[in-house]
Design a protein around this ligand. Structure first.
Ligand code: HEC
Ligand code: HEC
Ligand code: HEC
Length: 110
């Protein structure tokens, strides 16, 4: 095996492995929050576009650490319009960042 070929193969290997690690660490592409939190919903379930949000935001905007996992929000109340997803997770950031239609019901409940 010539040297150049050896290094090229090694580099490709390293890129593949880190690619898999990064992809694996990003968590699910979309997350059905109604199912995940077992919400007794009156409105259509909210499917959160996780990867779309990752494209715009640092992991630590939502997670306690950059690896993901535990969220930095306390989410205990799931009932009514005053629920914690609205109050502490989704709406404050949408307002702060002026997300178009960021608090319009049908943007999330479809
Ligand atoms: C930015 C996203 C977002 C917007 C905008 C939003 N919601 Fe929600 N809402 C959620 C999430 C997430 C949940 C919890 C998961 C679920 O119920 O699917 C939830 C839960 C609820 C619940 C409690 C569960 C249920 O279905 O009864 C009600 C009621 C509700 N929303 C009403 C509304 C109304 C009314 C509006 C418009 C004024 C609205 N939501 C706008 C994200 C949103
Ligand atoms: C806008 C908010 C937001 C951002 C930004 C975000 N996530 Fe998440 N992530 C969530 C939510 C919500 C869940 C659903 C799990 C939950 O509710 O506990 C989740 C779940 C995950 C999970 C699965 C954990 C589990 O218990 O199922 C991983 C892994 C993850 N995120 C990694 C990341 C990484 C890595 C980044 C940055 C590249 C990132 N997330 C950015 C909101 C976010
Ligand atoms: C830390 C900030 C932040 C948080 C927290 C956040 N969002 Fe967003 N969201 C954004 C930004 C920024 C955009 C605009 C993305 C773009 O321009 O493409 C957006 C766009 C959206 C959109 C429209 C485009 C799409 O991706 O489908 C929906 C729906 C949405 N968010 C749902 C949610 C829900 C549901 C939650 C709570 C579980 C949430 N977001 C929490 C920042 C946030």
């Amino acid at each position: 095996m010539n040297k150049r070929f050896f290094f090229a193969t090694m580099l490709t290997g390293i890129f593949c492995i880190s690619g898999v690690l990064i992809a694996g660490g990003k968590g699910p592409e979309n997350i059905d929050l109604k199912a995940k939190y077992k919400v007794e919903a009156t409105k259509p379930a909210v499917v959160f576009s996780h990867h779309k949000h990752q494209a715009k935001l640092e992991c630590t905007k939502c997670h306690a650490s950059a690896e993901g996992g535990k969220l930095k929000f306390e989410i205990n109340n799931f009932a009514g319009v005053g629920n914690d997803f609205h109050k502490t997770v989704c709406w404050p950031c949408h307002k702060e960042m002026n997300v178009p239609k960021g608090t319009v019901c049908a943007s999330c409940h479809k």
